[in-house]
Every structure is written in structure tokens, then in C-alpha cells.
Write a protein that binds this ligand. Structure first.
Ligand code: ZN
Length: 154
């Protein structure tokens, strides 16, 4: 129970005071995501050098879950390699789509584990994964592209 309320506090904290929020003056990759079910919109900006995400920012507006998820994501991936980032998304996705009685033990999500409770509300899973799908869309861009790619989670 204590852990649950800790997780709840973490989500409230990140939704009220999002980390890495804002539009950077420069970035190498970016994409915008839209979740029409809830109305969440998020844009992710990445500064990638070599194989490492050196900086990441996001902006947009949406519900508490989508904002907290984007904020937690930016904290989690900053300084990570692209391989580590993809692995993190896989783990989170598995955690959020596993059925309630399925164990996700062995997956160390760190603070991202705060989002696990969302899987009880299938409608909100899209809110929690929007920033991640937007991130993947940004990573899919070739280095030459500078236009912002649009993704919709449907
Ligand atoms: Zn939402």
C-alpha cells in the first residue's frame, strides 16, 4: 500500500511539475503525437549525438497520466543509448499490456513502474504510451529530416 501511494505521489508530482518541459532552441529529432480518445497532445524533441540521447524535452497538453508519463520518460531516457531506450520501451509496454495476473517480475522499470497501475484502465494505457510512441516516431526520422512528424495512437 505504501508503495502504491508513493507511485501515486510520483505521478501527481510529475503531472504538476513536468521535468524537461519546453521547446528547445535546437534539436536533431522531433515528433508530435495525438491521442484522440483523451485529447492528449505531446511533442518530443531530441538531441542525439552518435548513439546517445544527450538531451530530451517535451511540450504539449493533456491529462495527468500523459503529462506524467512524458515527464518520467524524459527523465528515464536522458543520457541513454538508443538501444537502452528501445529496451526500456519494450519493458514498459510489456508491463502495461500484461494481464493483471501475469507477472512482470524481472523487469526493472525504476520510476516508470509508477505507471503500472494504469493497466487496470485500458483507456488510459494510450495516455501512458503516447509520449513513447511519439519518441519512437522521432527516432525513426532520418538525420536529414527536419520537419516534425505527426503520429496518432490509433
Ligand atoms: Zn490522456
Amino acid at each position: 500500500m505504501e508503495l502504491k501511494s508513493l507511485y501515486h505521489d510520483l505521478i501527481v508530482d510529475h503531472s504538476k511539475t513536468p521535468r524537461n518541459f519546453g521547446n528547445p532552441t535546437e534539436c536533431t529529432h522531433s515528433a508530435s503525437g495525438h491521442n484522440p480518445i483523451c485529447g492528449d497532445e505531446v511533442t518530443v524533441y531530441l538531441m542525439i549525438h552518435g548513439n546517445t540521447i544527450e538531451d530530451v524535452k517535451f511540450d504539449g497538453h493533456g491529462c495527468a497520466i500523459s503529462t506524467a508519463s512524458a515527464s518520467l520518460m524524459t527523465d528515464a531516457i536522458k543520457g541513454k543509448t538508443l538501444t537502452q531506450t528501445h529496451a526500456l520501451f519494450e519493458s514498459l509496454h510489456q508491463c502495461l499490456t500484461a494481464s493483471a495476473d501475469e507477472t512482470t517480475a524481472g523487469t526493472d522499470l525504476g520510476k516508470l513502474g509508477a505507471l503500472e497501475g494504469v493497466k487496470q484502465y485500458p483507456m488510459r494505457v494510450k495516455c501512458a504510451t503516447l509520449a513513447w510512441h511519439t519518441l519512437l516516431a522521432a527516432l525513426d526520422q532520418s538525420d536529414e529530416q527536419t520537419t516534425t512528424k505527426k503520429v496518432t495512437t490509433e
